[in-house]
Design a protein around this ligand. Sequence first.
Ligand code: NAD
Length: 300
Amino acid sequence: MEVGAVKVGFIGIGTMGKPMAINIIRAGYSLIVNDVNEQAVQELVKLGAQKAQNPCECAQQSDVIITMLPNNAIVEQVLLGENGIFAGAKPGVCLIDMSSVAPSFTQKMAKRAAEKGLGYVDAPVSGGVKGAAGGTLTIMVGGETELVNQIRPLLEVLGKKIYHVGPVSSGDAVKVVNNLLLGINMAAVAEAFTLGTKLGINPQTLYEIISVSSGNSYALTAKMPNFVFKDNFTPGFSIDLQYKDLELAVQTAKELKIPMMLMNVAQQLFEQARANGLGKEDISAVIKPLEELMGIKVRL
Ligand code: NAD
């Protein structure tokens, strides 16, 4: 089918969804959007998108529907709620959930979709706002091969590295593991740098040496120079979302009866930051309660 003839529904045009939706318009697809935030909808309408009053209306008019929403509960509401996607989608339509949600949740939703004759693919992403804006996201995909091949051209508009991991929910499984590591690494970098600074070492010196030594990580190189050192905690990726992703890992491990030590400690450090009112700040703000405790600041 010609790109222009494919109508893409997009629900959840937030921090990540907005630049992704813009890339879909630029690639020549016809786009219909829905979000509870009217201002976000109007920005997309100005760029040529059509507005749907609710997810049901969006689904009725779409050949393929992308959701990019905060969490399990909201995805469930948008899919199954009154005026939800399931109420409007035509049989044969493919739903692509790009939100970060639990694998077991996706399995439940995919089963419900199959009962309605709808395709279901999980395709969570990594790469942040920069990756979303540049169309360079890493996309982890779970779903039937035929379905994934059908939607691949659309995913290629959004991402550079697209991995078809396996059956439905396996993209979410990789994403949960990835963000578990990000959470643990970020908490570890924060703790280590408060110790180093308390020992009187200049944070820049610590950074220069560790970034070329065995303590290096993405959390270090992406977050210390651009956020903590500059006292800039505008997300980026928020403490609340990282906490939610650790909760996905906690829930998943509980379902499987797997003890996960570091995961729970890291989650408590993010809980502490939330308790201090830092939920909307960048994940690197997890360092702030530790700085307070040690009476130092890791700034340049
Ligand atoms: P966000 O909160 O900025 O955007 C979510 C959007 O969903 C908002 O525009 C909100 O108004 C909309 N929304 C909420 N409830 C709705 C409803 N009932 N109906 C319609 N729209 C609704 O979140 P985000 O940062 O864009 O993240 C989206 C997903 O992507 C999350 O699952 C997140 O974990 C994941 N993710 C985020 C990043 C990042 O760097 N921000 C990176 C990778 C993955």
